[in-house]
Design a protein around this ligand. Structure first.
Ligand code: PGA
Length: 246
């Protein structure tokens, strides 16, 4: 099975570096997506090879109008986005985003047929207290509230403690394979209960210090449909090493 592999560039890259990156992406049998900063979405869209899709890293809770500084789902559609990340832990932590806001963002995206990439995951304190599953259920229930027809949808399981941003040491570590497997099985079972046969179409990705070294083992897990890659997606050489998996 091919995997869905998403580069999350965060607030990195310049327009020139991004255009240069695009010329270097190797062909892959996997589905590739780049989540770029807003300012070069449109330029990227014109340059991306056909097998690479475009994502935004966020969307407004508002649909339009007098909301200075906001970017709507409609604008993302116009810029060529097929996907959009919502609820990334950096936004939940730095911007205090709530599940309710994330739910509104998802509803806005679905109106414009943009596939949401919903990030969920526990922090280290919650993990240590054995609350991982409880946290995941709370985030899923909150973000998916009121949604009956789910269609194309992506969930990224990103334990906060495994994301490179939140690790202070020089050597960054991903979650263990056992950890990833357990969480993915739990999420998939929850989705199956909630969305019945519709859940077959929902992809569940892992994110948190995915590298060229650990990605083959992670991708070999059948319950893992792909990865959301941060730091290792910033250089074409390391991203190419990850997407060559087959
Ligand atoms: P990382 O980031 O691969 O650098 O840990 C992943 C993410 O934050 O989406």
């Amino acid at each position: 099975m091919s995997k869905l592999i998403i580069a999350n560039w965060k607030m990195n890259m310049s327009a020139n570096a991004a255009m240069n990156f695009v010329t270097k992406i190797s062909k892959s049998k996997n589905q590739i997506v780049i989540a770029s900063p807003y300012t070069f979405l449109k330029r990227l869209k014109n340059q991306l090879p056909g097998f690479v899709k475009l994502a935004s890293q966020d969307v407004s809770i508002y649909e339009g109008g007098s909301k200075t500084g906001e970017i709507s789902a409609q604008m993302l559609k116009e810029a060529g986005c097929s996907y959009c990340i919502v609820g990334h832990s950096e936004r939940r932590i730095f911007k205090h985003e709530t599940d309710e806001e994330i739910n509104t963002k998802i509803l806005n995206l679905l109106k414009f047929k943009i596939t949401p990439i919903l990030c969920i995951g526990e922090n280290i304190k919650q993990k240590k207290m054995g609350q991982t599953n409880k946290v995941l259920v709370g985030q899923l229930e909150g973000a998916l509230k009121g949604i009956k027809k789910i269609g194309n949808f992506v969930i990224a399981y990103e334990p906060v403690w495994a994301i490179s941003t939140f690790q202070t040491g020089k050597i960054k570590k991903s979650a263990s394979l056992d950890n990833i497997k357990k969480a993915h099985i739990f999420i998939k079972n929850w989705l199956k209960k909630r969305f019945k046969s519709q859940s077959n179409k929902i992809k569940v990705l892992y994110g948190g210090t995915v590298t060229p070294q650990n990605s083959p083992e992670i991708f070999k897990l059948k319950v893992v449909d792909g990865a959301l890659v941060g730091a290792a997606s910033l250089k074409a050489s390391s991203f190419n090493a990850i997407i060559k998996f087959n």
